[in-house]
Design a binder for this molecule. Structure first.
Ligand SMILES: Cc1cc2nc3c(=O)[nH]c(=O)nc-3n(C[C@H](O)[C@H](O)[C@H](O)COP(=O)(O)OP(=O)(O)OC[C@H]3O[C@@H](n4cnc5c(N)ncnc54)[C@H](O)[C@@H]3O)c2cc1C
Length: 78
């Protein structure tokens, strides 16, 4: 019988958990229960819409492209 994982909350933590659980265990049925009609709503507003959600990107010129409206400013820091 297929096992079901129920995750309460479609925020960053819940969606990260859901994706990884589904990847790690293909026979698992993963269900996310979100009380609002929007998933990842806080992630979308994080950093005023400029939050960097990139990782494992080791080229500075590629990395700065992931920062809308802030790439040139961050280039020197990186
Ligand atoms: C204005 C703002 C700017 C931010 N900027 C940054 C930033 O620049 N960089 C950064 O790293 N972080 C930033 N953060 C923080 C980041 O957004 C949070 O750390 C992250 O969203 C937390 O994720 P979470 O999954 O723990 O919680 P949440 O994102 O709060 O997700 C929880 C989800 O669970 C749902 N839920 C709650 N109770 C129930 C229930 N009983 N049944 C079903 N669903 C339920 C909620 O509706 C929500 O969708 C910012 C946050 C805000 C508000």
């Amino acid at each position: 019988m297929k096992k079901r994982l129920i995750i309460v909350g479609g925020g960053a933590a819940g969606i990260f958990c859901a994706i990884n659980a589904a990847r790690m265990c293909e026979e698992l049925e993963v269900v996310v229960i979100e009380k609002t009609d929007k998933l990842l709503s806080k992630v979308k507003i994080s950093g005023g819409g400029r939050c960097n959600v990139t990782h494992a990107c080791f080229s500075i010129s590629d990395l700065v492209k992931k920062y809308p409206r802030g790439g040139n400013f961050l280039k020197k820091e990186f």
